[in-house]
Write a protein that binds this ligand. Structure first.
Ligand SMILES: C[S@@+](CC[C@H](N)C(=O)[O-])C[C@H]1O[C@@H](n2cnc3c(N)ncnc32)[C@H](O)[C@@H]1O
Length: 379
């Protein structure tokens, strides 16, 4: 696959085979056999891959059409990024990237927006990308596949798309297990549900095992309570991703009068937005809100950095949460790099990569389930 790796990630050698064993000195011990070789289609900034990386899988490469994902994917996962539209990816190119003699895992989380309630009405043609993913799987036939998406996918077009995805895989020999995973059950400090599907050519795959119960869910306070305070519009001197968007004077007045768990209905009339005054807007209670400290945060969308876009106000400071706080609530490690040093940081671009990601702790649970399956079947 033709590509250029712009920067070798720091912190040791790459784990891909591209450095090759021929460059190793003979005195070094032979590396142990990798658990498996993972290729991530629609890899984004690498949330899904990073879960596998932290569980010691070898990430062989990530493929995505958005060049902005190159830096975070390569830097944090020590693997090459290929900037390509899935439609232009030939099955042979994918096959070439897997490590020879290691179990082959293909993972993918196609864009979720086409399946959301809001965009279903507008017919976003991106839903077809799931078919492209199915076509790639049936041609490459990796040992194990993992597919994530929003739960609404199951019922999209009366269930036709999801059923056809499953049927296509079954026809080429896969056994499939799937469920709607509740992210707080996996230690993610965020109320988010995801469809998780695992398919295997070697028997019934296992599902991720919960690590948390409601009485020990990780809360917003546990996750971001120790972050240095910020004002709206401020950038922290030590971490340029700990930056909060500016607030207009009226939005500052609004957030000052907002309390966790309450809504804009508490505001005096002159602060209520015009759209909320209209009958059609009165039901939108969960925008312009503050998140609560002692429960998991609301679902991070691609616009979580905006106070008006959801319940994304900080629990006690007069600002929306910062990019870094959003990433931590998605369970990315606090040092995950999203933009190359010295490059400009755009709220919209980084917010999109963070909000689109599969939470890393959910991804780790998926990786552990696949690891158990591989071990059970002796691969
Ligand atoms: C839900 S996000 C993936 C998130 C990622 N797995 C993670 O955990 O960080 C979907 C990704 O699909 C990519 N994408 C959209 N259309 C694409 C296409 N035609 N070919 C390849 N990638 C595409 C987007 O750029 C986006 O990064």
């Amino acid at each position: 696959m033709s590509r250029t790796i712009q920067k070798k990630p720091e912190g040791g050698s790459t784990n891909s085979r591209h450095l090759g064993s021929s460059g190793r000195q003979s005195s070094l011990p032979e590396p142990s056999k990798p658990i498996a070789s993972v290729i991530d289609v629609f890899c984004g900034a690498g949330g899904l891959s990073h879960g596998f990386f932290l569980e010691d899988f070898v990430i062989s490469c990530g493929i995505d059409a958005d060049e902005a994902c190159r830096y975070p994917f390569e830097y944090n996962n020590r693997a090459p990024f290929v900037c390509k539209d899935i439609k232009d990816v030939a099955p042979e190119e994918v096959e070439e990237e897997f490590i020879p003699d290691a179990p082959r895992i293909l993972v993918g989380c196609a864009p979720c927006q086409p399946f959301s309630k809001y965009t279903q009405a507008r017919e976003d043609p991106k839903w077809r990308l799931l078919d492209d993913f199915a076509a790639l799987i049936t041609k490459v036939r990796p040992d194990v596949v993992s597919m994530e998406n929003v739960p609404q996918l199951v019922h999209f077009k009366g269930g036709e798309l999801f059923d056809s995805f499953i049927r296509r895989l079954e026809l080429v020999g896969y056994e499939i297990a799937w469920e709607i995973a509740c992210c707080p059950n996996f230690g993610v400090p965020q109320n988010r549900s995801r469809l998780v599907l695992i398919a295997s050519l070697h028997g019934k795959p296992m599902m991720p095992v919960s690590t948390h119960e409601p009485n020990d869910y990780v809360t917003a306070r546990n996750a971001i309570g120790m972050m240095p305070p910020l004002s709206a519009g401020e950038i922290h001197s030590q971490d340029s991703l700990h930056r909060a968007s500016r607030l207009s004077a009226v939005n500052l007045d609004r957030i000052r009068l907002s309390t966790p768990g309450r809504t804009w209905r508490d505001w005096p009339e002159h602060l209520v937005t015009d759209c909320h005054k209209r009958p059609s807007g009165r039901s939108y209670a969960s925008v312009y809100g503050r998140m609560a400290w002692d429960e998991p945060a609301p679902t991070m969308t691609t616009q979580f950095y905006g106070f008006g876009n959801g319940r994304f106000g900080h629990p006690e400071q007069d600002r929306a949460i910062s990019l870094r706080e959003g990433a931590i609530l998605q369970s990315f490690p606090p040092c995950y790099g999203f933009v190359a040093p010295g490059k400009p940081i755009k709220l919209k671009t980084v917010g999109r990569m963070i909000g689109n990601a599969v939470p890393v702790k959910l991804a780790r649970a998926i990786a552990r389930a696949i690891k158990r399956h591989l071990s059970e079947i002796g691969l």
